[in-house]
Design a protein around this ligand. Structure first.
Ligand code: PLP
Length: 377
């Protein structure tokens, strides 16, 4: 099997499974317990929190709350920081967990406005500037696009927001960036940042929202008061420990992996140029190498996906969470036409992929394109 869908989810590192096994068996205790075994588990969660805060390049006294997904962390950021009668700005390029939360806030009577994105899939700075006023209470935009890999300059953008809307809370969805870039949050004006475990070879069902020490989002999940009352529910200790082990490994190998994945992407593009015709690469040329979004003109991306699947190759047509929906909001907002949207396939790589796999996949694409174009489907 060739797995080129790493932006959807990743294979779990064996050392993550080992660490999770320990916290599911011998160290299974409820972290809210008062006996020493439970306190030990609670302390381990705190240790993981501090480790991840460090990896984010954030102030040691800042906050991080573990959630059951990045989707939940994004909901916590939007519903937790939104204020009635103040303006909320969200980019149209966001993942559904941010975009649909913003739409729901709008349905509930909050004042929500959407910021455009450019042809390259980046936040449109001019449009942002025109919408930043003193009464903006929240701005949410992503660090790296899950559709195209386009990287927003979070330092420059957050500084601009701070200058023009000094009381705004600046939230950034860092799900596709964490583990692949150094966010260095302390050097930015970002106030809150979302991350996910299963995109970086950690387990599914764990995410987190980081936020500055002087902030506290409104609670959206009520119950026993865990996570300082911010997120009730017994902590997923094994998942949290697994997330932390995965994050540490990603950052230990950051440069090596980035170099390898960069070569894979470049080789993929070179081979496509040699062997295939009539395709467009979507996104910014300085984007994250992990993601390659291609539109094959005159064919349906979904048909291509299934032809690749026949050869045991896994890819996706846009983000996994929205693949059942018709159309592609992000590509549409980048100004792509119907043919470009229909022919879209997303290839996303990890350190486990090889040049030989790229060669195999491009050969299958070449054969499939010839077949589909002859048949005109
Ligand atoms: N944000 C972005 C940019 C994503 O790519 C994803 C998942 O694809 C999410 C949020 C949601 O992450 P999770 O699956 O942990 O809920």
């Amino acid at each position: 099997m060739i797995y080129f869908d790493n932006a959807a989810t990743t294979f779990v590192y064996p050392e993550v499974v080992e660490a999770m096994k320990q916290y599911s068996t011998e160290l299974f205790f409820n972290p809210s317990g008062l006996y020493k075994q439970a306190v030990m588990v609670k302390n381990k969660i705190e240790e993981c929190k501090n480790t991840i805060i460090k990896l984010l390049g954030a102030n040691a006294s800042s906050n991080l709350v573990f959630t059951a997904s990045a989707t939940e962390a994004n909901n916590l950021a939007l519903f937790g920081f939104a204020k009635k009668n103040k303006k909320i700005l969200v980019s149209v390029g966001e993942h559904a967990s941010v975009y649909n939360s913003a739409s729901q806030l709008s349905n509930l009577g909050f004042d929500v406005d959407f910021i455009k994105i450019t042809k390259q899939g980046l936040l449109d700075i001019d449009d942002l500037k025109s919408k930043l006023t003193e009464d903006v209470c929240l701005v949410s935009f992503m660090h790296v696009s899950n559709e195209t890999g386009a990287i927003n300059d979070i330092k420059q953008i957050s500084s601009l927001i701070r200058q023009k809307s000094k009381n705004a809370i600046i939230h950034c969805d860092g799900v596709q960036a964490f583990g692949k870039l150094c966010p260095n949050l302390q050097n930015t004006d970002v106030d809150a940042y979302t991350i996910s475990s299963h995109k970086i070879h950690g387990p599914k069902g764990v995410g987190a929202l980081w936020f500055r020490q002087d902030l506290k989002p409104k609670t959206i999940i009520f119950g026993g008061g865990q996570e300082n009352g911010l997120r009730s529910g017994t902590e997923n200790t094994a998942g949290i420990v697994g997330f932390c082990v995965a994050a540490q490994k990603m950052y230990e190998n950051l440069d090596k992996n980035r170099q390898h994945i960069k070569q894979l992407k470049q080789h993929f593009i070179d081979e496509l140029n040699k062997k295939c015709s009539s395709f467009v690469i979507n996104g910014d040329e300085n984007g994250l190498p992990n993601i390659l979004s291609v539109s094959f003109l005159g064919v349906k991306g979904e048909t291509m996906l299934h032809l690749l699947e026949e050869k045991d190759i896994c890819v996706s047509t846009g983000s996994a969470c929205s693949s059942k929906h018709v159309g592609n909001r992000v590509l549409q907002n980048m100004g792509k036409n119907k043919q470009q949207m229909e022919g879209n396939v997303r290839f996303s790589f990890s350190e486990f992929n090889t040049i030989e796999e790229v060669d195999t996949v491009v050969d299958v694409i070449e054969t499939s394109l010839n077949r589909l174009r002859q048949l005109n489907i």
